[in-house]
Each structure stands twice: as structure tokens, then as C-alpha cells.
Design a protein around this ligand. Structure first.
Ligand code: NAI
Length: 315
């Protein structure tokens, strides 16, 4: 932000605390507030920001399930960064899949201790396996291309069939036929807990689930049960439905009370990363430039190219 801001000259105040009802007052004297996926942009927070004189909320992310878009409509515009690097997230999804399948995270720890045993490290060829991609927008489409590069068969499901090259099937066929299922759709009322015991029951035994989208697409307790019952073969989770209190912080000295998360993390066929799919230099630079441009556009020209609109929010 600092480097790119040289051409805009905004006065930027960085506040370490997350945005919520208690911290909203810190925006006093600011014209715009820049928030992220882990911030709380609910009704009361929006009211407090309005009271502080804030005129624009600029989300420095693509997803906006943490924003009360309906309530904000007519009160304060909210902009976002619709696309900053679909490659960053799609590549992270594949990195997680490769890691869990070939157990490279375990091999790394073993060889550091001069343990060269191969026990328990057997994976499977991705080549010729069927991957089901749910959500074929920016990120899902890049993930499809990556999977095709690995020689995988790709099935796709989306409420819009916009990717001309994708092989679309209905959601149940995707659940039934996929060896790996990767989630790339937004979180909204229609996608909340789309992976639960009902959908899991339709999946192949030992299917892998990859979630780099939003935690609440998966009912975590149902996923845990399916892993414990050996119905699901593995889960790669960059997001978790109760992540907001834990992710992005060092909790290594904290007693974690969330027993679903601790049990998931304790399983050998689960890997969890801390919502880092977006974390590449290219994505960070694009996030900063689009956010600054969004703010500049609003205050200089009064236009809102990347406004989140309630009717398109489906929240
Ligand atoms: P996008 O808007 O380009 O694509 C989303 C696709 O999901 C669209 O094609 C849409 O039609 C489809 N969709 C909507 N409702 C659906 C439903 N009920 N069933 C199936 N498909 C449905 O979004 P993009 O950029 O590809 O991002 C996807 C998601 O990835 C975001 O919503 C966000 O939650 C997540 N994300 C995660 C990041 C991370 O760091 N892990 C970073 C950026 C985004």
C-alpha cells in the first residue's frame, strides 16, 4: 500500500485490531475504511462507521460474506477487489492437494530428523483421476486448467455455465463421480454447508475434499465424522467455518477450545492452512492497486466500478 500510495498521496492509518463493534470508533476522522475477510462488517459496525463520518468501505478481498450488503445499501457504498490473482488461490488448492496426497509435509519433517522411512507416505497418481470443481468463475477456471495439465478428468458444476471449455454436470453426478472435489464458489445462503452428511453420503469412498473458498461451505462436524468413519479420504482446508477468531494469529500458546478444529488438525489425512490462498506477491500488489483505485475513483470521480450490490450479492 505504501509504495503504490505514492501516486495517490492518501493519508493511510494502519490499525492492527480487527474491525468490529468495539474498534469501529478508531475510524473517527477517516473518510474510508479498508477491511478484510476476517473483519466484521455487520449492521452495527456499519452504523458506527457512518457515525464516525466514514463514507466508503473498501474491502481488500474478493469474498464479502462477512459484509451486511443489504443493510449497507443506501447507507454507505462498499467496494471490493473482484479479482486479483485467481492463480494464487488455484495454485494453493493444487499445492494442498499434492501435499496431502504425497505426504510431502510429513516427508519434510522426517528427513530433517534423518528418518528416511517411506512408511505411510504412499499416495495416488492424479493422472486419470476425476476432479469435480464446484464454482467455475475466476479461480475455479484456473484450477480446471491446472488439473487438465495433470491429465485429470474434470467435471464442473456452477449455477451459471459460463466456462465454455468446462464439462458441466449436475451436482449429484459431480458428488458421485469425483475422486477429488474442490470448492470455488462463494459463500451465500444457497451454498452454506453444501458439503454435509447428505452430500458426503453421495461421494465415493475415500474422496478428497479441497476447500480454498469459504469455511462454511462445509459442515465441519459432518466432515469430521466422515473422516473418522473413513468415508472421506482426505481434506485440504485453507478455510474453516469458525476461523475468524483463530486464523491470522499465533495461537501456539493458547488452549484451543474448538474441538472440531483440533480433531481435524490431529488427523493424518487433513491439512489446514491459515486462509493463505491469496498470499502471493502478485496478488498483494493487485489488491493494493485495485483498492487504492477504488477509493480514488469514489472520492475523485464519484464512480464505483467495483461496488458490491445487494441484488448481485445473494447474501
Ligand atoms: P467468481 O465470482 O469469479 O466465481 C464464483 C463462481 O461460483 C461463479 O461462477 C458463480 O456462478 C459460482 N456460484 C455461485 N453460486 C453457486 C452455487 N450455488 N453453486 C455453484 N456455483 C456457484 O469468484 P472467484 O474469484 O473465483 O472466487 C471464488 C471464491 O474463492 C470467493 O467467493 C471466495 O470465497 C474464495 N476466495 C478465497 C481466497 C483465499 O485466500 N483462500 C481468496 C480469494 C477468494
Amino acid at each position: 500500500f505504501n509504495i503504490l500510495n505514492e501516486q495517490y498521496g492518501f493519508e493511510i492509518r494502519y490499525i492492527e485490531a480487527r474491525l468490529n463493534e468495539d474498534t469501529a470508533m478508531l475510524s473517527s476522522g477517516c473518510n474510508a475504511v479498508c477491511a478484510f475477510v476476517s473483519d466484521d462488517v455487520s449492521k452495527n459496525v456499519i452504523d458506527k462507521l457512518c457515525d464516525c463520518g466514514v463514507r466508503l468501505i473498501a474491502m481488500r478481498c474478493a469474498g464479502y460474506n462477512n459484509v451486511d450488503v443489504k443493510y449497507a445499501e443506501g447507507k454507505m457504498p462498499i467496494v471490493r477487489v473482484p479479482a486479483y490473482s485467481p492463480y494464487a488461490v488455484a495454485e494453493h488448492a493444487m499445492a494442498m492437494l499434492l501435499t496431502l496426497n504425497r505426504r510431502t509435509h510429513k516427508a519434510f519433517l522426517r528427513t530433517r530428523d534423518f528418518n528416511f522411512s517411506l512408511n505411510g507416505l504412499t499416495g495416488f497418481d492424479l493422472h486419470s483421476k476425476t476432479v469435480g470443481v464446484i464454482g467455475t468463475g475466476n479461480i475455479g477456471s484456473v484450477f480446471i486448467d491446472i488439473c487438465r495439465g495433470f491429465g485429470m478428468n474434470v467435471l464442473a458444476y456452477d449455477i451459471k455455465k459460463a466456462n465454455q471449455k468446462a464439462d458441466y454436470v449436475d451436482i449429484n453426478t459431480l458428488f458421485e463421480k469425483s475422486d477429488i472435489i474442490s470448492l470455488h464458489c462463494p459463500l451465500n445462503q444457497s451454498t452454506y454447508h453444501m458439503i454435509d452428511k447428505r452430500s458426503i453420503s453421495k461421494m465415493k469412498k475415500n474422496a478428497f475434499i479441497v476447500n480454498t473458498s469459504r469455511g462454511a461451505l462445509i459442515d465441519s462436524e459432518d466432515l469430521l465424522d466422515a473422516l473418522l468413519n473413513e468415508k472421506i479420504g482426505g481434506a485440504c482446508l485453507d478455510v474453516y467455518e469458525e476461523e475468524s477468531e483463530l486464523f491470522y494469529e499465533d495461537n501456539s500458546e493458547t488452549i484451543i477450545k474448538d474441538s472440531v478444529l483440533t480433531r481435524l488438525i490431529g488427523l493424518p489425512n487433513v491439512i489446514v492452512t491459515s486462509h493463505q490462498g491469496f498470499l502471493t506477491r502478485e496478488a498483494l500488489s493487485n489488491i493494493a492497486s485495485t483498492t487504492l483505485e477504488n477509493i480514488s475513483e469514489f472520492f475523485m470521480e464519484g464512480s464505483l466500478t467495483n461496488k458490491i450490490r445487494y441484488n448481485s450479492a445473494k447474501n
